[in-house]
Design a protein. Structure first.
Length: 456
């Protein structure tokens, strides 16, 4: 059938705020024109992130009620460890309260001044934690992944030629690990092929460099492989996931995405020395090694969530809902990154507002106007997030100027998606009126979270 339905029933509801344009103008001004600073009770549809915004299942809530809050050795920990190991196959599973905590710990172990870590595309907190350690983050997206208008099956792939060139130029001794983010978030939620992961591992083996996966959306990536890569059409999502992880030496994860929960993360590794050092830092900063800063009931919810995310009916709905929003926008002529990815639709701000140059943040201007139009909160992924000035004062824009509409899992219905599309289409119809923006204050790291803006 052409129609898709949510593969679940609604058992509880939460009221969402309905505000006026005049109210939203005041709210946005008080937030210094940064959607991150808006209060949640002033948001009608929240697409800021798909991280930690999942609606959990009745089985997950039941698991929470039956949680074992023992400080050390909770049975919920052992269930969590067994579940993650069953999916990934890694030797050491180290829990953390969220993904950036896993990144902070891992890069405290393997990062540092002079170290270089390549990735298909580092996301914001990954890059932030790397640079905070003194290391250098290098993005190596595929050629296809650099063109928002180009349709290709696996635009999230890492550039293998560029990866080998980097190793030869910088020296393998300066590259403690290489990473691949699945799916490629900064690249539009685009999947990475199994072939690309396998060939990356073969290349890195030549230089004795470990491969780690940023695996926040591993199940969505596995679903795309099943749908698009020859030889995987008859394999289960779990079988595909196991093969992906088999080519890696470790992984980080924010379980707030494909763990289908509101908190949690982990570091996984086969390296005994890395694990030992990571566990020491974990105890100092997060908590004991059998809870890692989480309530043990959250470990129980995560174990159930990791089982549910492997359900192909859920993944078909998940990817289909995102595609539906993309199709509605494309039909109205709105430029988006194509094809749609796994967790959100990305507006192409360069084509949406070509009259605003990157140094005046077209994505931020679009995000603000979408909120003013319908109370829909989105996230700029462009030169606010990744742009910079060099020592000569020359502005270096981001590779792409995008606005991410991240869809929370199991939260919004078809009518919500249609409302989102209508809001964006209305903004696009008056796109020439969008105004350039400037930063009036910013933090040293990860400025987009707290920066203050105004119109030029």
């Amino acid at each position: 059938m052409k129609s898709f339905i949510e593969p679940f029933k609604i058992k509880a509801i939460e009221e969402i705020p309905i505000t006026t344009r005049q109210e939203r103008e005041e709210y946005l001004k008080k937030a210094n024109f940064n959607p991150f600073s808006l209060r949640s009770e002033h948001i009608t549809i929240d697409l800021l992130t798909d991280s930690g915004t999942t609606a959990m299942s009745s089985k997950q809530w039941a698991a929470i009620m039956d949680g074992d809050e023992s400080y050390a050795g909770s049975r919920n920990w052992f269930e969590f460890e067994e579940t993650i190991r069953d999916i990934t196959g890694f030797k050491h599973i180290i829990p953390t309260h969220q993904g950036r905590a896993a990144e902070k710990i891992l890069f405290s172990v393997i990062g540092g001044v002079g170290k270089i870590i390549p990735n298909n595309t580092h996301f914001d907190t990954t890059r932030g934690n790397l640079e905070f350690s003194g290391a250098i983050a290098i993005d190596l997206p595929s050629a296809e992944g650099k063109d928002p208008a180009l349709r290709a099956d696996f635009k999230g792939n890492i550039d293998l030629i560029g990866l080998e060139k980097l190793i030869q130029e910088k020296g393998k001794e300066n590259i403690p690990i290489a990473m691949i983010t699945i799916t490629n978030n900064s690249g539009g939620g685009q999947p990475v092929s199994m072939e690309n992961i396998r060939k990356a591992k073969e290349l890195l083996n030549k230089y004795d460099i470990p491969l780690y996966l940023d695996s926040c959306r591993f199940a969505e990536n596995a679903y795309f492989i099943k749908q698009r890569e020859k030889g995987y059409e008859n394999k289960t999502i779990k079988e595909i996931a196991r093969e992906m992880f088999s080519y890696a030496d470790g992984a980080t994860m924010s379980s707030k995405k494909d763990g289908l929960s509101n908190t949690g993360g982990y570091i996984a590794t086969n390296d005994d020395k890395v694990a030992e050092k990571a566990k020491t830092i974990l105890i100092v900063t997060e908590g004991f090694i059998t809870y890692g800063g989480l309530a043990r009931r959250d470990l129980a919810a995560l174990s159930q969530g990791f089982r549910e995310v492997l359900n192909e009916n859920y993944l078909e709905y998940r990817v289909g809902q995102v595609r539906y929003l993309g199709d509605l926008l494309l039909e109205a002529g709105v430029p988006i990154l194509e094809p749609t990815g796994g967790h959100g639709v990305y507006l192409d701000a360069k084509r949406f507002a070509p009259h605003i140059s990157p140094e005046f943040f077209p994505g931020q201007a679009i995000s603000c106007e979408i909120y003013l139009e319908g109370g829909v909160r989105a996230c700029e992924i462009g030169s606010v997030m990744f742009g910079s000035y060099d020592e000569n004062g020359q502005f270096n824009p981001a590779l792409m100027e995008l606005v991410r509409l991240a869809i929370p899992r199991r939260v919004y219905t078809k009518s919500h998606i249609e409302f989102i599309a209508e809001s964006i289409i209305n903004v696009y119809k008056r796109r020439e009126s969008l105004r350039p923006m400037k930063i009036t204050w910013q933090a040293e790291f990860l400025r987009h979270f707290t920066a203050k803006f105004d119109y030029v």
